[in-house]
Design a protein around this ligand. Sequence first.
Ligand SMILES: Cc1cc2nc3c(=O)[nH]c(=O)nc-3n(C[C@H](O)[C@H](O)[C@H](O)COP(=O)(O)O)c2cc1C
Length: 187
Amino acid sequence: MLFARRSTGRLVAPAPTGADLGTILRAAAAAPDHERLRPFRFTVLEGHAKEAFGEVLAAAYDSRCAAAGAAALPAKREKERTKLGRAPLVLVVSAVRQASATVPWLEQLAAAAAAAQNACLAATALGFGSMWRTGEPSYDAEVKAALGLGATDAVVGWLYLGSHRKGAVPAPNDPDLTGLLLPWPPP
Ligand SMILES: Cc1cc2nc3c(=O)[nH]c(=O)nc-3n(C[C@H](O)[C@H](O)[C@H](O)COP(=O)(O)O)c2cc1C
């Protein structure tokens, strides 16, 4: 099952709902989490909320262009507005910074990333497709504010979830370990 998780750029209805969505969220919340700080947060965008958030992404693109003194490109703006349409449900995984004397922010981000991966794996186990994306909106203060996040919090991933088109289940991953094993002691 681990190797069956592959990224699928376009997913169709049905999205995971009800008990399946609950399982995906619970799997995410079961991620390893130093000191159980629970730094991860989840936002489910589907239906009208997904469309409304597309307007947020388009407005944030306009703001980024204005801040850079550049003209907004209509095609790029339209891509921002419609990009959440690539799947019937988008699960935003964020990390909200928790006060801790011992667990640095990097570890809180790592816990949220583990939550995102758990969600993708749970979706795969339930027969759904997934794709973890980020991009400029992840780092945009306007987008973070629209998600209820503070400037020092982080969007870790936009998980596109849904069903595979008929006959379009991707082949399992076949990882290549070349160059990944570091000899120790180092040469
Ligand atoms: C933090 C993170 C952000 C990513 N952002 C994007 C992205 O914005 N666009 C994209 O095409 N792939 C992105 N990817 C990569 C895909 O999710 C995917 O892992 C990659 O295309 C390899 O495909 P596979 O998962 O089927 O092996 C991201 C992966 C991670 C871990």
